[in-house]
Design a binder for this molecule. Structure first.
Ligand code: MRU
Length: 360
């Protein structure tokens, strides 16, 4: 499918693409690996397919991973429809344990799986048929998705006062609608500003090596009619020095209890550059991304991915065969670089340990 066809599809529907959908008793994922060139929807019927889709980043972005995993639990539980409630519960637990191994960094995955497990346990203790248990589990997954949409909208509402007409705003990776149920986290104020006639000039970092900024953020903001300019990651310092950027806003995969932030590799460099240029560095996330059980950024597990993402991205070899490669998918931005964390409950500033804890 050509990009032109995609554009007209979206215009006709007048709705942004949604990355996760439950329809006709199965899960439908938008294959984000193939955007923006092709729109391919994947029909998933098994929790193993959900695991693979998360692991291979067909679905990615912390909240979207959590939502997909929640539906993965529904699919896993349904396979054992004929069993006793206690056996069904064991199956739910095993499915959760299994899905939790799909990616390590985004805490939303574990948050969503814990929520599904707790719901299942409560349902079993209250009694009911297996059919009723399965129906309630699906209702919980749908609730996680619906709540995420509302939470992202609230993040946008809370963040909007930080952005004035005419500001240049830099973002890294994709913390957009494609990474969430809707609106995104870092992009929520951009969408809301656009709706209110406030003009922001957004710069999207390309985001090596998987190009979430180029393929996803640039794509979805362009589709929405938002003023977006794509830059390579190594251009951020230069445009800050030129005075083009008045704020940076990014999403996150996990915020530690002390306010250290894990996000897409390259975020730390952007934060250091922002501080050097006196530019505020904002992090937007739902409460489900804040992990008070992880004391500092050093305690956040950082995913390492295959070196092929660097040497052969998108099928083209760009480095010598056999070269040693280091490919961490995320980095840690220490809390001293973070101006504020914007959540659905409001804006949190330093001291982060106390102020983050008071949200819960
Ligand atoms: O590896 P990815 O594409 O899943 O990484 C995504 C990010 O780093 C996002 O910024 C983060 O998950 C927040 S999404 C609202």
């Amino acid at each position: 499918m050509s990009l032109d066809t995609i554009r007209s599809d979206i215009k006709e529907n007048n709705e942004p693409l949604s990355s996760v959908k439950w329809e006709d008793e199965h899960l439908i994922l938008l294959d984000q690996r193939l955007l923006p060139e092709s729109i391919v929807l994947l029909d998933l019927y098994h929790s193993e397919e959900v695991w693979e889709s998360i692991h291979s980043m067909k679905v990615r972005g912390a909240p979207a991973i959590g939502i997909a995993a929640a539906y993965g639990v529904v699919l896993g539980a349904r396979k054992y429809a004929a069993q006793e409630p206690n056996e069904w519960m064991k199956q739910v637990e095993d499915t959760c344990t299994y899905l939790a191994t799909s990616r390590p960094t985004a805490v939303n995955l574990f948050w969503a799986l814990d929520r599904m497990k707790d719901t299942a346990q409560k349902l079993v203790s209250e009694g009911g048929t297996i059919a009723a248990l399965n129906a309630s589990l699906l209702a919980e997954a749908s609730a996680i998705q619906a709540e995420d949409e509302e939470v992202c909208r609230l993040i946008g509402v809370n963040a909007l006062p930080l952005f004035q007409d005419g500001m240049g705003v830099l973002t890294h990776c994709n913390a957009g609608g494609l990474a969430t149920a809707k609106y995104g986290t870092a992009t929520a104020p951009m969408y809301l500003a656009h709706e209110s006639g406030i003009h922001l000039k957004v710069y999207a970092d390309e985001t090596r090596p998987v190009l979430q900024g180029a393929r996803l953020t640039a794509f979805e903001l362009q589709q929405a009619g938002i003023d977006v300019t794509l830059i390579c990651d190594n251009m951020a310092g230069m445009i800050m020095a030129k005075g083009w950027i008045q704020a940076v806003i990014v999403g996150t995969d996990r915020v530690a209890a002390n306010g250290d932030v894990a996000n897409k590799i390259g975020t730390y460099s952007v934060a250091v550059l922002a501080k050097a240029h006196g530019i505020p560095f904002y992090v937007a996330c739902p409460l489900s991304t804040i992990d008070l059980n992880t004391p500092t950024g050093n305690d956040i597990p950082i995913e390492e991915r295959s070196g092929d993402e660097i040497t052969e991205s998108f099928g083209k070899r760009t480095a010598p065969a056999g070269i040693k490669v280091y490919n961490p998918a995320f980095d840690i931005t220490p809390n001293e670089y973070v101006t504020a964390i914007i959540t659905e409950k409001g804006i949190v500033r330093a001291p982060f340990p106390e102020n983050l804890a008071s949200l819960f």
